[in-house]
Design a protein around this ligand. Structure first.
Ligand code: NAP
Length: 224
């Protein structure tokens, strides 16, 4: 049994992570911006903690309710999309917001939880990125802010991996596929169940040599 913390766990891919990891017998801590509005998460998770990944005070308060227990896996899942589709409609506030949620948030959450991750035996940090963060694959433009935020998250993942590898950590960026959630929409190719069962299988199998990689949900390497 591992202790696993999932951010943005009240709906979508995050909630499905909680469901599947609980079914496997793990101890699962889910975070939500408003725990009182997350009844399904409340029923499934061992513990629910309020967390807004853009609020430093909220991030710094996160370890408190954990009472010093070790965390084996951290799944930085919380994320938003962005509205900015062209240079003509570029909006600084929208760009800042998506960078704040998708890149600054996950690295600050990791920083706050590092003492507890060091106590854990699993030592896995999984940043849920997107193939849209791949610069090599960007032939379509559009979605400026979202792409930039996930590219930034990928870079932060590699920095983290390089720094923490000597301590036995495995830090990866993973694309969950195109998934039928509020973000992915109804036409997406994968159900949350399909995406998460594949992601979990890959995460379980991660070894030291995988740290710093950018992986698809099926375990294939993605180009940076
Ligand atoms: P979703 O259904 O829209 O869920 C997003 C989750 O993130 C919600 O729990 C949301 O909480 C939380 N969140 C948003 N802003 C937050 C903040 N400031 N602080 C804390 N939590 C916040 O999206 P999803 O499809 O499950 O996406 C999960 C992850 O997968 C994201 O990182 C996304 O970029 C990535 N991804 C998804 C797809 C896809 O096709 N679905 C593809 C590639 C990558 P609230 O309910 O409070 O808003």
């Amino acid at each position: 049994m591992s202790t696993i913390l999932v951010t943005g766990a009240n709906r979508g891919i995050g909630l499905e992570f909680v469901r599947q990891l609980k079914a496997k017998g793990h101890r699962v801590i889910g975070t939500a911006r408003r725990p009182s509005d997350a009844p399904e998460l409340g029923k499934l998770a061992d513990k629910v903690i309020g967390l807004d990944v853009t609020e430093l005070a909220s991030i710094e308060a996160l370890p408190g309710p954990l009472g010093g227990e070790g965390i084996d896996w951290l799944i930085n899942n919380a994320g938003i999309s962005s509205q900015t589709k062209s240079i003509a409609t570029m909006d600084a506030a929208d760009l800042r917001r998506v960078l704040e949620v998708n890149a600054v948030g996950p690295i600050m959450v990791t920083k706050a939880l590092l003492p507890l991750l060091r106590k854990g035996a699993g030592k896995k940090v999984v940043n849920i990125s997107s193939q849209l963060g791949s610069i090599a694959n960007n032939t379509g433009g559009s979605t400026y802010g979202y792409r930039a935020s996930k590219s930034a998250l990928n870079q932060l993942t590699v920095c983290l991996s390089n720094e923490l590898k000597p301590e036995g950590f495995v830090c990866v960026a993973m694309h969950p596929g195109w998934v039928r959630t509020d973000m992915g929409g109804p036409n997406a190719t994968l159900s949350p169940e399909q995406s998460v069962s594949s992601l979990v299988k890959v995460i379980e199998g991660l070894g030291a040599g995988d740290s710093g990689r950018f992986l698809n949900y099926d375990g294939q390497a993605l180009p940076w």
